[in-house]
Design a protein around this ligand. Structure first.
Ligand SMILES: C[S@@+](CC[C@H](N)C(=O)[O-])C[C@H]1O[C@@H](n2cnc3c(N)ncnc32)[C@H](O)[C@@H]1O
Length: 307
C-alpha cells in the first residue's frame, strides 16, 4: 500500500490541504474543464435523479453535478470534516445533504440512488474494490456509478513520486474492478489538465448495475482500519513516516505542474497546442493560480540565482 493510501493519513493530509484545496490544488490538477468532460459520462438525464457524491471533499465536483441535478437530491459523503466544511458553505449546495463516513462502508441503503459519483478519492482507499462494490450496492438496478481517478504515470520520475505518494492505478485495473464488482455496459474516457501532453493522466469510468442487491465481488474479510481506530506505538511511527514521505512525494507534483504549464505557454506561443486540447479544456487560469505560478517561478528563479 502507498504512503497516503490509508484512512488516517488521508484524514490528516486533508486537515491541512483543505485550506488550499479549492484555490491552489484543483486549478492545477482537476480543473472545471476536466470535471465537465468527465461528468458527461454520468448520463444525468433528469434533474430528479438521486445522486451520491462519495469523497465529495470541498464540493468542487458536487457543484458540477448540481448543474444537471437539483442540489436537494445530492448526498455528499466524506471522511474529512475539514473538507466538508467548505462544501457546506457553497451557496449552490445549500440544499444538499452532508454526511461524514467511509467510502468503503457507505451509510446508505442498498438500491437507493440513481447515480454514484466519486472524483479523485479512490487513490486514498486502502481497498479500492471494496469501495467500488459499495458504489454498486447503493445504486438501484439500471443506476450508474461514475468514478474519476488518476492513472499511473509513464514518466519515470512522475511514476516514482506517484508510487511513493498514493494509489495511481493502471487503466486496466479500474476496468477489472468494475467488472469484478458486477457492472455492465462499462465505458470510459480520459481527461487531463492543459499541461499534460504526452501521456494519459486520469480516467473517468462508468458502469450500470444490472440487478438489485449487493455486488457479486469476492471480498476478503474487512481488514482495513477505520479513521477513528486507536493508534499503537508502531502505527504512530508508520503514520509519521507515511505522512512525511508521502507528502514530500505529493509536493513534487507542484513543480511538475509548473514545468508543464511553462511548456504549455511556450507551445501556445508557437501555435503548437493540439486542437482538441484547446477545444475541450479551454479553462481560464484563476487569479489564485496566477499568483501561485508567479510566486513559484520567482522563488525558483531566486533559488537558482542564489546558489
Ligand atoms: C482529492 S479530494 C476530491 C474531492 C472532490 N471529490 C473533488 O472533486 O474536488 C479527495 C477526497 O476524498 C476523501 N476521502 C479519502 N478517503 C476517503 C474515504 N475512505 N472515505 C470517504 N472519503 C475519503 C478526502 O477526505 C478528500 O476530501
Amino acid at each position: 500500500m502507498r504512503n497516503v493510501q490509508h484512512k488516517k493519513e488521508a484524514y490528516w493530509f486533508y486537515r491541512v490541504l483543505s485550506i488550499f484545496y479549492d484555490k491552489y490544488v484543483n486549478p492545477f490538477f482537476w480543473t472545471v474543464g476536466m470535471r465537465n468532460e468527465a461528468l458527461t459520462l454520468g448520463d444525468f438525464n433528469s434533474r430528479n435523479l438521486k445522486v451520491a457524491d462519495v469523497g465529495s471533499g470541498t464540493g468542487f465536483t458536487t457543484v458540477g453535478i448540481s448543474e444537471f441535478v437539483d442540489a436537494k437530491n445530492i448526498s455528499c459523503l466524506d471522511q474529512s470534516p475539514h473538507q466538508m466544511a467548505y462544501a457546506k458553505a457553497r451557496p449552490k449546495l445549500q440544499k444538499s445533504h452532508f454526511q461524514l463516513g467511509d467510502a468503503e462502508d457507505l451509510p446508505f441503503e442498498t438500491d437507493s440512488f440513481d447515480r454514484y459519483v466519486s472524483a479523485g478519492s479512490i487513490e486514498y482507499w486502502p481497498e479500492p474494490l471494496r469501495g467500488i462494490a459499495e458504489s454498486y450496492r447503493i445504486i438501484k438496478p439500471g443506476g450508474k456509478a461514475l468514478m474519476i481517478g488518476p492513472l499511473r504515470p509513464k514518466n519515470w520520475f512522475a511514476r516514482l513520486m506517484a508510487d511513493t505518494w498514493m494509489l495511481f492505478p493502471e487503466e486496466e485495473e479500474y476496468v477489472k474492478w468494475y467488472e469484478e464488482a458486477g457492472f455492465t455496459d462499462i465505458q470510459k474516457l480520459n481527461t487531463a489538465p492543459k499541461w499534460v501532453f504526452k501521456e494519459k493522466y486520469a480516467v473517468a469510468i462508468v458502469g450500470t448495475k444490472p440487478t438489485g442487491g449487493d455486488s457479486p465481488a469476492q471480498l476478503p474479510e474487512k481488514k482495513s482500519e477505520d479513521v477513528s481506530d486507536k493508534m499503537t506505538f508502531g502505527r504512530r511511527l508508520s503514520f509519521v513516516w507515511n505522512l512525511f514521505i508521502g507528502n514530500l512525494a505529493g509536493f513534487m507534483f507542484i513543480p511538475m505542474a509548473v514545468v508543464g504549464y511553462v511548456n504549455y505557454g511556450i507551445r501556445r506561443l508557437f501555435g503548437a497546442i493540439p486542437e482538441e486540447k484547446q477545444a475541450v479544456l479551454n479553462d481560464k487560469m484563476t487569479i489564485h493560480q496566477k499568483v501561485a505560478l508567479t510566486v513559484i517561478v520567482l522563488a525558483t528563479g531566486l533559488g537558482i540565482w542564489y546558489f
